[in-house]
Design a protein. Structure first.
Length: 162
């Protein structure tokens, strides 16, 4: 049976991708919405439209680190708070809407594509460009940005999960 996958990179510049396990709807590939109400509406729409005649819905969200290293040092406490708030909002909304939640470790989904690592790519920015390039190859009909590249790849990886 098909599954509707909502793949999320909850980062400050993350994205949300929604598609069935064999088809991606380009109009449902978005940067992370600006408001909490917009995020909840996306999930609510998927949950409400899910019934016995439609595929089940699963939220596949990137598991969050306790800290993040970036060029020049660690991310600020305010940025980490926003990241965790986004993830908490998504998780809480999914629970309230009875949407199944699957957390995926970044290393797991990234390793799946066999692209190397941040270190072998030459640092954070180069690694983000590698991930964006892979998303562009896999989704040529979508205008891939850094905001949505990780969520596109998380969606692709989610298709391999049971």
């Amino acid at each position: 049976m098909k599954t509707t996958i909502i793949a999320v990179d909850p980062g400050l510049s993350g994205g949300i991708v929604i598609g069935e396990s064999d088809e991606l709807a380009p109009h449902l590939v978005k940067a992370m919405p600006d408001t909490e109400a917009d995020v909840i509406e996306i999930l609510r729409h998927q949950a409400v439209n899910s019934n016995h005649d439609t595929p089940p819905v699963v939220l596949v969200i990137e598991k969050l680190p306790l800290f993040v290293s970036v060029p020049g040092g660690r991310v600020s406490g305010a940025s980490m708070a926003k990241l965790h708030r986004n993830a908490g909002l998504l998780t809480g909304a999914a629970l309230a809407l009875s949407i199944r939640i699957v957390e995926v470790d970044p290393h797991s989904w990234q390793k799946h594509f066999r692209l190397g690592t941040k270190a072998t790519a030459g640092g954070y920015t180069a690694w983000k460009n590698v991930l964006k390039g892979e998303a562009q190859k896999r989704f040529p009909s979508i205008k891939v940005t850094h905001a949505i590249s990780d969520s596109l790849l998380i969606w692709e990886f989610a298709k391999t999960l049971k």
